[in-house]
Design a binder for this molecule. Structure first.
Ligand SMILES: [Zn+2]
Length: 120
């Protein structure tokens, strides 16, 4: 048997020694899931108010800019829809008023006692 056909099975040990190093990143993170911010105008930094993660201001604006843009677009759509519905309600109210007046005028033309039996 040649050495090329021997398969060595790698069996990792169950015990893994603790990692001797821990690197804490001081670079800004792209985002976190919290919503409250601390903006330091003197240091020109943006931090999460909940977890104190340093956020890159440009990345934060770029990420949230699209959300803000969509929110504005949705707001404009809802506002236009409400405006159209209010105009429709006003149109219907005017039509109701016109029809009620028409009914009132028609009722005034009808005699108080209408003989439907045809008796003299
Ligand atoms: Zn956070």
């Amino acid at each position: 048997m040649s050495d090329e056909k021997v398969i060595h099975i790698f069996k990792p040990s169950d015990d893994l020694p603790p990692c001797p190093m821990e690197v804490k990143s001081s670079s800004p993170v792209f985002h976190c899931n919290h919503r409250s911010l601390q903006i330091d105008t003197h240091e020109r930094t943006v931090r999460c108010d909940a977890c104190c993660a340093m956020l890159d201001p440009f990345d934060y604006i770029a990420r949230n800019g699209q959300s803000l843009q969509m929110a504005w677009r949705d707001y404009r759509i809802v506002r236009d829809r409400i405006k159209a519905l209010n105009e429709s309600v006003e149109r219907l109210a005017r039509e109701e008023k016109r029809l009620k007046a028409s009914i009132r005028r028609t009722k005034q033309k009808i005699p108080d006692r209408l003989d439907v039996r045809g008796e003299p």
